[in-house]
Design a protein around this ligand. Structure first.
Ligand SMILES: Cc1ncc(COP(=O)(O)O)c(C=O)c1O
Length: 334
């Protein structure tokens, strides 16, 4: 049975879904995407992903005509129509279709495409073995904080990883690890988790944010700083976070064993807590309230069944790239 996908207002069998050859996403990569995980048929962190979508779109001056509630409803309808229990919902919005010319076209309607992918990532076999990582130069552009559909450099990095028997590539720039090709990179020293600060050089991971929201309760400390490949090779543990890998232990980097080649207890514990959190088991962690000065969206909206259509879209300050002023503010939302 083919999937039902969403294209510009219609739910269609995947083989009937079409977009224009003049779509600027296709021609220029002029678009933004997001992937929200689904566990037990429920969206995880979807509103935080939609807040990042709005932020990315604001940075490229792409006005979103859909409210958060409308986008969440499309996610949920796709999950329902595809009977998706576990996997992800991919969303892509582009500036729309117009005769090929670089500047923004006038009076163009954005294209919205969404589809589901079934995946078993909660009990993924890789959790038992950990994943292999290889390092590779970071070839990406200067605004990696924007979740652009231009993914050629990550495609090449992932292909390099695959050809070397690895599942992820850690990209290196100026002697330090920036991030994974599709994940946030972490190392562990003692009871301290280390991951680099947010900036224009990395995507502000939604899973990173969720992990940071609960580590204080777990007794782990967080050191937000850059680390070199040499430091990673020498670390007690390493792991990655992303919407669909959740928290995944890394057991080799460039062929060097980390934690004797076995998944480390810190990564496994964080994974367990994250899954508890994502599925809102009663014994799962509780979350500190947002600071009063912040609008309660991203953190308040994480977790299972967390649909709050009445909330405005906003982005926590720590999701913003230091040194960058927003262009047009996000216009997603009522
Ligand atoms: C480059 C990059 N960094 C980090 C992440 C992790 O982000 P998230 O936790 O929001 O999935 C991703 C996910 O796609 C990514 O592509």
């Amino acid at each position: 049975m083919s999937r039902i996908v969403y294209v510009n207002g219609a739910y269609l069998p995947e083989e009937d879904a079409k977009i224009s050859v003049f779509d600027r996403g296709f021609i220029f990569g002029d678009g933004i995407y997001e992937v929200s995980a689904v566990i037990g048929g429920k969206l995880v962190d979807c509103e935080a992903h939609l807040a990042r979508l709005a932020r990315s779109c604001g940075e490229i001056r792409l006005a979103l005509p859909w409210s958060t509630a409308e986008l969440v409803a499309i996610h949920e309808e796709l999950i329902r129509r595809n009977a998706l229990d576990e996997g992800g919902v991919y969303l892509e919005v582009t500036r729309g279709a117009s005769d090929r010319d670089f500047p923004f076209p006038k009076d163009v309607t954005p294209t919205l495409v969404m589809f589901t992918q079934a995946r078993n990532f909660v009990n993924a076999p890789a959790v038992k073995t950990g994943i292999k990582v290889v390092s590779t130069p970071d070839l990406r552009w200067a605004r990696r904080d924007i979740k652009s559909v231009n993914l050629l450099a990550p495609v090449l990095a992932k292909q390099f990883a695959a050809e070397n028997g690895a599942q992820e590539a850690w990209m290196i720039e100026d002697g330090v690890v920036t991030e994974g090709a599709s994940s946030t990179a972490w190392i562990v020293k003692g009871k301290t988790l280390i991951s680099r600060p947010l900036s224009n050089k990395v995507l502000p991971g939604i899973t990173r944010k969720a992990v940071l929201a609960y580590i204080a309760e777990t007794g782990f400390a967080f050191e937000e700083r850059e680390f070199t490949l040499a430091e990673a090779l020498d670390a007690e543990e390493a792991f990655i976070t992303s919407a669909t890998s959740l928290v995944m232990p890394v057991t080799t980097i460039d062929g060097h064993s980390i934690h004797n080649g076995a998944p480390g207890p810190t990564a496994l514990r964080l994974r367990e807590i994250y899954i508890d959190f994502a599925t809102e088991r009663p014994e799962g962690p509780s979350f500190p309230p947002c600071e009063p000065a912040q609008r309660p969206v991203a953190r308040a909206s994480v977790g299972r069944g967390s649909r709050r259509p009445d909330r405005p879209l906003a982005v926590h300050q720590d999701d913003r790239a230091p040194g960058f002023r927003s262009g047009t503010p996000p216009v997603c939302g009522p």
